[in-house]
Design a protein around this ligand. Structure first.
Ligand code: SF4
Length: 434
């Protein structure tokens, strides 16, 4: 989400005549687009800001310092008290407005724009980092209230973009030569529940669901692959799974965070599902698409987590057979319920559990990767491998990085077939075949 916001801000600024500096020391405006999902990310921002603030005090009165994103939304005007050299503090809702906010700074104001607002439909073309794969926001914000999560406080309530605006953006991407889009949202499966109307087929469904959106954009000429992230198990329906199996451009890759394998912890997290429901989802994905890659997110050391409850998470990882799991030790976040509880798990124990879970995750991923050995895979070439001369790199539909001998520069953007003969947990190696 932050990468997509950064690309939108860069697009707005280029439109306004700014260009990207190669070194921070050459820049007139420095923007930190921040993440507050964990304390470590937040502390990194303060450390980076401290250096720039010092520079501004000493040498560069005309340097503009901006904090955007979730730390800005979380701290608001308090950030100005902590770092008085700041010129602009802007939450993620305001990414499209960065041009006009900087104009206010030019008039001499210190500006704070963190209130939740209706996000205006994109008027600027994002300056995308890739010429092949594009992020496309479909829904902003989140209506869930997971007890560990700061996102609803910083990104506000759900706002689905209009289906036709999303389709127009994807058609334009296809025309511009993009091959792959990733539909983005904090909770993409909740798409459409804030849009008016009911389905015309009399089914009682609302007018637009995420599955309807997939059908609406799937035929975009030029686009060869469609992915989406992130899903929430509460909203992940059988209808969505069937659509992914039936629509040929939908990649057989699913990122569905589970967070814990224990029902009591899930209840305390207010996730709204059980590990049994989660397993039914992954079983159904595998029934419809036996080869699908499934990844998830897990938190260890949530307040009160016992050894047995932690073991249940390890068990879930082994049983489902994930291709990847993003793991994290629970990090108490400001203004979230779980941060106030008095049954916090000691840091050392959290780190121990994290290390143990990571070992299992890597073993399972390596085991899962074996299924690709001896198989031809379709690979979208992203370019040369910057670390190995003469080697090209790309991605399979399963979102695996694939390396093979070849001219990555000349093949960029091509869909090629690679016969896989060697695998690591998260990357595959092979040779190109006709
Ligand atoms: S669904 Fe995701 S973004 Fe929303 S509150 Fe829960 S963890 Fe946070």
């Amino acid at each position: 989400m932050n990468l997509a916001d950064s690309e939108r801000m860069a697009g707005v600024l280029e439109e306004a005549g700014y260009s990207c500096a190669t070194e921070a020391s050459d820049a007139n405006v420095i923007i930190y687009n921040t993440c507050s999902i964990r304390d470590k990310a937040e502390q990194k921002v303060y450390s980076a800001l401290g250096k720039q603030a010092k520079r501004k005090r000493q040498h560069m009165g005309d340097l503009k310092l901006v904090v955007a994103g979730c730390v800005a939304a979380q701290e608001g005007a308090a950030l100005l008290r902590r770092v008085p050299e700041l010129d602009l503090v802007m939450g993620p809702h305001h990414a499209n407005r960065i041009g006009e906010l900087l104009e206010q700074v030019d008039l001499g104001a210190q500006v704070v724009a963190v209130e939740p607002v209706m996000i205006p439909e994109d008027i600027a073309v994002p300056r995308r980092d890739s010429a092949l794969s594009a992020w496309v926001n479909v829904i902003h914000g989140c209506n869930e209230r997971c007890t560990y999560c700061v996102v609803p406080n910083t990104r506000g309530v759900e706002q689905s973009r209009a289906p036709d605006a999303i389709r127009r953006e994807i058609l334009a991407l296809g025309e511009a030569g993009y091959r792959e889009v990733t539909l983005l949202g904090q909770n993409v499966d909740a798409y459409g529940r804030d849009l008016p109307g009911a389905a015309a087929d009399g089914s009682g469904r609302r007018a637009w669901t995420f599955t309807d959106l997939l059908h609406h954009v799937h035929d975009a000429p030029g686009i060869r692959r469609i992915r989406f992230a992130t899903s929430h198990p509460r909203y992940f329906t059988e209808r969505l799974i069937r659509a992914c199996a039936e629509l040929p451009k939908m990649c057989e890759f699913f990122h569905v965070p589970f967070q814990s394998g224990d029902n009591d912890i899930l209840r305390q997290m207010k996730r709204g599902y059980t590990h049994q429901r989660y397993r039914r989802i992954t079983d159904s994905i595998r029934r419809h698409m036996p080869d699908a890659s499934i990844s998830g997110d897990a938190i260890v050391g949530f307040p009160g987590e016992t050894e047995e409850q932690f073991e249940a998470t390890c068990e879930l990882v082994r049983e489902v057979g994930f291709d990847r799991v993003n793991t994290a030790a629970y990090s108490p976040r400001p203004a979230t319920p779980a941060a106030e509880w008095d049954n916090q798990v000691a840091d050392l124990l959290k780190m121990d559990r994290l290390n143990r879970l990571n070992r299992i995750v890597n073993e399972v991923a390596e085991e899962r990767a074996q299924r690709f050995i001896g198989r031809p895979l379709e690979v979208l070439v992203e370019g040369p491998n910057p670390k190995v001369a003469g080697q090209a790199m790309g991605r399979s539909r399963h979102n695996k990085l694939v390396f093979f001998d070849g001219d990555g520069g000349a093949l960029t953007g091509e869909l090629v077939t690679v016969f896989v003969d060697r695998v690591h947990a998260y990357s595959l190696f092979g040779r190109r075949v006709a």
